[in-house]
Design a protein around this ligand. Structure first.
Ligand SMILES: O=c1ccn([C@H]2C[C@H](O)[C@@H](COP(=O)(O)OP(=O)(O)OP(=O)(O)O)O2)c(=O)[nH]1
Ligand SMILES: [Mg+2]
Length: 159
């Protein structure tokens, strides 16, 4: 953390993206930085189609962080445009261009124009974890029940 209590994430504009805004928070306490599309030509997504849209930047963040690429609800609600691999994962050691995998779940074709805010990037802490292999796991009341298991005994129907 830096002096003002913020993690410093380095961001580098890639060639050709000088005139694009960097990712930006649209309100003071927004969780996400909106990402601008860096495609030079319009990208047309027919219903059901997907495309990897460039953003024009690369990152170097502290190892304890990841960045998640999440959909914008407005695009999802109005046009059925979302991120296919939601949330996308940007690893701390990734130095390539951040890209957004969009899919059109709507009924109409959608055109992605350069500069448009297509998704948002949320930074998250990733705890340091080490897997320890064992022969037996401790018991719990849930045990191996899952996938709608709770409530089955009472109603005969999962919820
Ligand atoms: O929405 C995304 C998801 C991933 N990436 C980049 C950053 C990430 O660090 C890398 C790998 O992503 P992921 O681990 O999700 O993909 P993979 O299919 O497992 O590829 P790899 O074998 O390269 O890890 O691709 C993006 O730019 N946008
Ligand atoms: Mg991977």
């Amino acid at each position: 953390m830096s002096a003002n209590n913020a993690y410093e994430v380095r961001i580098k504009r890639l060639p050709g993206s000088d005139n694009l805004p960097l990712p930006e928070r649209m309100s003071a306490a927004a969780a996400g930085f909106d990402l601008h599309a860096a495609n030079t030509e319009p990208v047309v997504l027919a219903p059901g189609e997907r495309a990897l849209v460039p953003t024009g930047f690369a990152l170097a963040m502290p190892v304890e962080l990841e960045a998640q690429i999440r959909p914008r609800s407005g695009l999802a609600y109005k046009h059925g445009i979302t991120t296919l691999n939601s949330p996308g994962t940007i690893d701390a050691d990734y130095r390539g261009e951040v890209k957004v995998l969009l899919i059109n779940h709507g009924q109409e074709a959608f055109t992605v124009l350069r500069g448009e805010r297509i998704a948002q990037m949320v930074f998250q802490l990733v705890p340091s974890v080490r897997l320890a292999e064992v022969d037996e796991l401790d018991d719990t009341s849930r045990g191996s029940g899952g996938f709608g298991h709770t409530g089955l005994a009472a109603s005969g129907q999962s919820q």
